[in-house]
Design a protein around this ligand. Structure first.
Ligand code: G6P
Ligand code: MG
Length: 217
């Protein structure tokens, strides 16, 4: 039986990709490092540090400089987050949470974002979830399974009783390796490894989702 759902945040509950893009672009421009939307797409689901490493490529910088860039990027990002409200929830999210609640399903958020608590609050979701975890609570970021394993522990369930919902290739891998049932949101090229693939959560009914998962067991 499925008794819990673990949501990724960015790209699943809300679309922060554009905010991340704008802020990485600003930093890259300041540092004269080439960057564009296509490069940003590859950062989906990666931690802030792993994202910066990908942007820097083979440029070798000292730790203090790296730290300063990470802080600066986040300062820019926080400016966007301040403007977020419940209107930034992606379509279908609230309806699905409502169904999960009335079905007694435990709900967690497992994110690669250090800003997960703040964003959850801005979105008005704090009271909707039983646990919030991020990659800084665990030894290894996604694609390692750690953050999903920790989320399952936080809601008191074995991973195989949980469905994870993810939009990133790294996140799908993390959830699969945690032995959860995985719903991938997005194109086949990105989330094709998931058990069930959907384009988004718009109009997704909990019962239908359970049926789809049932089919692959
Ligand atoms: C999410 C996003 C990534 C982002 C990461 C870290 O997983 O998909 O694009 O880099 O969170 O976010 P943070 O808020 O800690 O910079
Ligand atoms: Mg994501």
């Amino acid at each position: 039986v499925i008794r819990g759902v673990v949501f990724d945040m960015d790209g699943v509950l809300t679309d922060t990709l554009e905010f991340h893009y704008q802020t990485w672009q600003r930093l890259a421009d300041e540092e004269n490092i080439p960057f564009d939307r296509k490069a940003n797409e590859a950062l989906r689901g990666l931690s802030r540090r792993d994202s910066l490493m990908a942007i820097l490529g083979d440029r070798m910088l000292g730790e203090a400089i790296v730290e300063e860039m990470l802080d600066r990027k986040n300062r820019y990002f926080l400016e966007f987050i301040q403007t977020m409200t419940q209107d930034h929830l992606l379509p279908g999210v609230l309806d699905l949470l409502q169904e999960l609640r009335s079905d007694g399903i435990r709900i967690a958020i497992a994110s690669a974002s250090q800003n997960v608590d703040l964003v959850t609050r801005q979105l008005g979701l704090t009271d909707w979830v039983d646990a919030i975890t991020n990659v800084y609570n665990v030894p290894h970021p996604k694609p390692a399974p750690d953050v999903f394993l920790y989320a399952a522990e936080q809601i008191g369930l074995p991973p195989h009783q949980c469905i994870a919902i993810e939009d990133a290739e790294s996140g799908v891998k993390a959830a699969l390796d945690a032995r959860m049932w995985v719903v991938g949101l997005g194109p086949q090229e990105r989330v094709g490894a998931a058990h069930v693939i959907l384009s988004n959560l718009n109009s997704v009914r909990w019962k239908d989702l359970l049926d789809k998962i049932q089919c692959c067991r």
